[in-house]
Design a protein around this ligand. Structure first.
Ligand code: NAD
Length: 362
């Protein structure tokens, strides 16, 4: 097991544990569990029974959680109403400022439960237990919590670091291939934005990961999670430009995901958002044709099918212009000048955006 510990400028701190078949968290982290008067496990109602069993295996018999809360499936959980319902449940169950929420599930569960923990009694501690590949390399780490609003992604949210993030790759044994492929979108992102060593690790293990190979999954979770945690430690609130790299492919990707109304998994939307960013980078002239071809080829193993998104360019434009990362510009995207060389760009021309939009959804 690898462990990490970070302190942030606002005096909060977090720990992370990456490994397989973890057991007895209360014994390993007494400083988190001993002061907790109550513990609630939050998970998705569509998760397989093995996920609940494996979550319970993180606790010894004598220290089982006091309460369980099941969220609606996947993305449909990420609403303000659901965050309110969870907060009310915690109140009815007598949860106090010393209590602990444990979010065990994919990114939708960690986003929603982390957000509810951030507003309950002005913020209580939570533990993130990401159980999808995508959430173990990305969503379950970093303290960005959010719900969707007005047909757009992650519009209401908070930075609220989990006191502990536990990435146990044994959870991935039950993950369907479609979810591995979705995680592949974020994995390719790391290969494009990260240093050469990370690119090599992803390149070596991408096809094994998509096939569910345990060693490949573990290698990618270790490398990508460690890289994300490093960026988050340097720019916890996404204010210094360091963390912005993680948004590569996400502005267009979030728009595609919202436009598909739940029919396009997050990672697949991000993969198309990456293709959008590659085409836009080539068209602005910052990415040479050879590098474009090299980076675009990294998406090939994902075998992207035509996206179930209506090709409504006006809707796309309205979503990207209202993206919270636009910062007052008419649009803002993280573009790329070559492997590991990112270049944020604002106010891109509409004809260029249209070309990238059409190319991304082909
Ligand atoms: N906060 C962040 O920094 C951040 C980063 C990236 C993505 N996200 C968010 O994460 C979400 C996507 O997360 P996701 O890809 O994990 O999807 P998800 O949370 O919708 O989960 C996908 C499906 O996998 C199932 N599942 C979960 N664990 C399983 C397991 N071990 N075995 C079998 N099935 C399992 C779930 O029940 C669900 O049906 C999006 O809402 C996205 O916006 C957040």
């Amino acid at each position: 097991m690898k462990t990490y510990s970070y302190s942030f400028r606002n005096e909060s701190s977090m720990k992370a544990a990456l490994g397989r078949d973890m057991r007895d968290l209360p014994a390993q982290y007494p400083e988190l569990f001993a002061p907790a008067d109550r513990v609630c496990v939050v998970t998705g109602s569509d998760a397989p029974p093995s996920l609940r069993a494996r979550t319970l295996a993180l606790f010894p018999e004598k220290a089982r959680p006091h309460a369980y809360y099941w969220l609606p499936p996947s993305e449909s959980a990420k609403t303000l109403e659901e965050a309110g319902r969870l907060a009310s449940f915690l109140f009815e169950e007598g949860f106090s400022r010393s209590s602990l929420v444990i979010a065990a599930g994919g990114g939708a569960v960690t986003d929603l439960a982390g957000f509810a923990a951030s507003i309950y009694m002005r913020g209580i501690r939570w533990i993130s237990v990401p159980t999808t590949f995508l959430a173990q390399i990305d969503a379950g780490l970093g303290g960005k919590t959010a719900v969707n609003l007005g047909g757009a992604k992650n519009i209401a949210g908070a930075f609220h670091q989990p006191a502990l993030a536990v990435c146990d790759t044994a959870f991935l044994d039950s993950l369907p291939h479609a979810e591995l492929r979705s995680g592949g979108g974020e994995l390719v992102k790391y290969a494009m934005i990260g240093p050469a060593a990370l690119r090599d690790t992803v390149g070596k293990h991408l096809s094994g990961t998509l096939a569910g190979d345990k060693a490949a999954l573990t290698a990618c979770v270790s490398a990508c999670a460690a890289y994300k945690l490093k960026l988050v430690a340097r720019d916890e609130r996404d204010e210094r430009g360091v963390r912005e790299a993680l948004n590569f492919g996400h502005t267009a990707g979030h728009a595609f995901e919202a436009m598909a109304g739940g029919r396009l998994p997050h990672g697949e939307a991000v993969a198309r958002g990456i293709r959008f960013a590659l085409i836009a980078s080539r068209e602005t002239g910052i990415l040479g044709r050879a590098d474009f071809a090299r980076l675009d080829a990294m998406l090939a193993p994902l075998r992207l099918k035509p996206a179930p998104v209506r090709k409504d360019f006006r809707h796309f434009l309205s979503l990207v212009s209202r993206d919270k990362k636009a910062r007052g510009a008419s649009n803002r995207f993280v573009l790329i000048a070559g492997p590991g060389r990112l270049a944020p760009a604002e106010d891109l021309d509409v004809p260029l955006l249209k070309k990238a939009f059409e190319g991304a959804l082909k």
